[in-house]
Design a binder for this molecule. Sequence first.
Ligand SMILES: [Zn+2]
Length: 232
Amino acid sequence: MIKLTPLLLMLLYGLAMYRFSAWKTARDLDARSSELADPRLRRLLDRMAAALDLERIRVFIYEVAPINGLAAPDGRIFITRGFYERYRAGEVSDEEIASVIAHEMGHVALGHSRRRMIDFSGQNAMRVALAGMINRFLPGIGPLIAGALTSLLAARLSRQDEFEADAYASALLVKSGIGTGPQKSLFAKLEKLTGGLGAGTPAWLMSHPKSDVRIAAIEAREARWNTPRIDK
Ligand SMILES: [Zn+2]
């Protein structure tokens, strides 16, 4: 028991840090957001709601500049102010914004935002807890190994989640009569909109799979869906 105590303390510390950062993120989202009321978008959102047999899809604006969509662990969906401004300026179409909302709805529906404990706020906590544990066996290099392991795991998980959310969005967009076109055209624009993959690239984009790989995955699905089935 005595031997286990430091390990247990590390775990508890990691958990506490995770809870704290998750709470801080939720509080920041509450303080800096408001519900989106845009009649043009509402028309498309209502079509997606009808396809899902939902009464209404609520979307919030998060008052930050980087271009992003976000699904909070409580299921709320956010579009950043930066993204919305690009839409207002005509650089992003109604259907393209709808495709982002469909993608975020995929994260919520598939349980990613809740299940994935290793999100942008939890990663750090896991790194600290792991570093403490590994350091007991390999003094000195614990933090290094923990950092590498955490990044690897997070990148793998987030990549897989992105493809799954894209697939959900494709299905929803097709069922709503919007189609997958805007999903693909937005991916094609994404790097230009966010200023390319230079030094100032936001972290969330780095963890996302490359746009052309995502477009190829959508096209592979379209080919599957469009192949006529022969019933025997
Ligand atoms: Zn995503």
